[in-house]
Design a protein around this ligand. Sequence first.
Ligand SMILES: [Zn+2]
Length: 247
Amino acid sequence: MNPWLIGVPAAATIAGSAIAFGAVAPGSQLFGETICHTASPDQLAITFDDGPNPVITPKLLDLLDRYGAKATFFVIGRFVIDCPALTRDIAARGHLLANHTQTHPNLFWMAPSAVRDELKLCQGALQDATSSDAKYFRPPYGFRNPWVVRAARELGMQTVMWTLLPGDWRARSTEWLAERMLPIAQHVQSSVAHTTGDVLCLHDGAHRALGGDRSRTLDALQYWLPRWRDLGLKFVTISEAVSLPAR
Ligand SMILES: [Zn+2]
């Protein structure tokens, strides 16, 4: 049991619900301030988790280049160590590298020192590969606890969640995935005035091993990028696009 859960027996059910919400809901600020949208409705922040991946990331970089799209890559430190040149290429082509821990554990169950180690090791891998630290962090599976966001902040990083998580790791068709990405276009076309824009969470890798097949992610993006561009969306990195949520 996590030490901070001890001592809440009477309200366990209510507290449990609140904790579950705070731990996983992308917009929740319960466990610390997180970035979960862009500052303007015409800005779309496309983000990729679980790379770099030598099978997919180079093709993805070419695809993004075709549309002048800049994106944010939340990389896993141990894959950065395996693929330093590819990691450098991501940055050299104008994208933003960000921290997604060293080994992709569920941080919710980990003690503060272990959380800090996971974040720090990934920072070290990025520093070795690119000579710079990440300024943004995304927890694996989106799981936070009271010290995850703080640990990131102490290492100079803001925590980033998302507005849309289409589930591109599922073994479904490209059509299914493309359909799950429809809300982005719907937001732009909606008659309801939006004041913020989307942060889309996709995956160019698979956290268990290098070489995961994310070709359907590429295909769905190939479908949407020209359509989003024609709708007037600008593709920006997290650092270009975010403002902290209203408190
Ligand atoms: Zn991940």
